[in-house]
Design a binder for this molecule. Structure first.
Ligand SMILES: Cc1cc2nc3c(=O)[nH]c(=O)nc-3n(C[C@H](O)[C@H](O)[C@H](O)COP(=O)(O)OP(=O)(O)OC[C@H]3O[C@@H](n4cnc5c(N)ncnc54)[C@H](O)[C@@H]3O)c2cc1C
Length: 291
């Protein structure tokens, strides 16, 4: 439970942080809420000679709509999403997700940027952001770049972020009217990581057919999974019970979960199917203003 020793740095500006990250490039980690990194260090599953705490850099915690997107500062805490009226009323998929991450103590510290940057397919926000078609902004010494979320995760605990880059913002397109989303998670007990979970965001056209569908699955493989086959199957169709059932079947077929204490491959895949159908039904109800 005692981590290997490290030097702790607490820069006050992004520029100072970049300089530290560059100086110790091969032996450094960004520290944000610490809710994933510190347990890893304490269990000695990871090590870094230098931690650069970005918690004292102002201007990285916000939730606001601008330029057609919901902009979330990279250090925004889960508890801020949970209590945001804007998120609750207009982004129910995000509100659902934040409410089932860990417990209130963890949510007071854990950040949305950290949840994504950790690259853990068991984390809940990657699937949500895939369903929402989000993008992340990475800032580094050479400037900033915007990365589509589907290009962000490249392997288990691995993202395209460079060691000297900081995830400063998440951008989610403002959903058009007729949109709704839902996150449905199966966990062994409150606060646990998902046995399986499904994130769904849909937009219905004036004719009641699906104009856009986004589906992400949690803990369904080594990287967060976007169920693209199920999305394209839904698009342009009237969302009948049969269509929902087939989309859920296609989403589950794309899953390649690992067996562990939470269940066998078959069980997890079946749960992915059941949860995708439930999330789809709830998202559709919300898109129609029924829920
Ligand atoms: C008891 C417990 C239960 C949990 N249950 C869940 C759960 O149910 N669902 C879930 O999704 N998560 C869960 N978690 C994990 C944790 O909540 C998330 O991974 C958390 O959001 C990580 O954010 P953080 O700010 O704490 O990141 P940190 O722990 O500080 O960092 C995590 C990783 O991301 C990197 N990083 C962090 N922020 C940035 C940034 N802005 N730019 C670049 N790199 C960055 C760090 O270098 C590190 O590699 C749980 C954690 C605990 C302790």
């Amino acid at each position: 439970m005692i981590p290997a020793s490290f030097d702790y740095h607490a820069p006050r500006t992004l520029e100072e942080a970049f300089a530290l990250l560059q100086a110790h490039r091969d032996d450094v980690k960004v520290l944000s809420g610490g809710q994933s990194l510190l347990p890893l260090l304490k269990l000695r599953l990871g090590a870094a000679g230098h931690l650069v705490d970005i918690g004292r850099i102002p201007g990285l915690e916000y939730i606001e709509e601008r330029d057609g997107a919901l902009a979330i500062g990279g250090r925004t805490r889960e508890s801020a999403l949970e209590t945001s009226e804007l998120v609750r009323t207009k982004y129910p998929l995000l509100a659902d997700t934040a409410a089932v991450i860990a417990d209130p103590l963890v949510r007071n510290l854990a950040t949305v940027g950290g949840n994504l940057a950790h690259g853990d397919p068991a984390n809940d926000h990657p699937a949500t952001m895939l369903a929402l078609g989000a993008a992340v902004v990475a800032a580094g010494p050479g400037g900033t770049r915007t990365i589509a979320i589907e290009d962000f995760f490249v392997g288990l605990f691995t993202t395209v972020l460079e060691p000297d880059e900081i995830l400063t913002e998440i951008r989610i397109p403002v959903p058009p009217s007729g949109s709704g989303g839902a996150y449905v998670k199966l966990e062994r007990k409150v606060g646990d990581f998902a046995t399986a979970a499904a994130a769904v965001q849909v937009t219905l056209g004036a004719d009641g057919k699906v104009a856009r569908a986004g589906i992400g699955l949690t803990n369904a493989g080594p990287v967060p999974l976007r169920a693209a086959g199920a999305e394209s199957f839904l698009t342009g169709k009237e969302p009948t019970e049969e269509v929902i059932a087939e989309a859920a079947r296609r989403a589950a077929a794309a899953a390649s979960p690992s067996p562990d204490r939470r269940g066998t491959v078959e069980y997890k895949r079946e749960m992915a199917r059941v949860l995708t159908a439930r999330a789809l039904r709830r998202a559709l109800e919300r898109a129609r203003g029924e829920h």
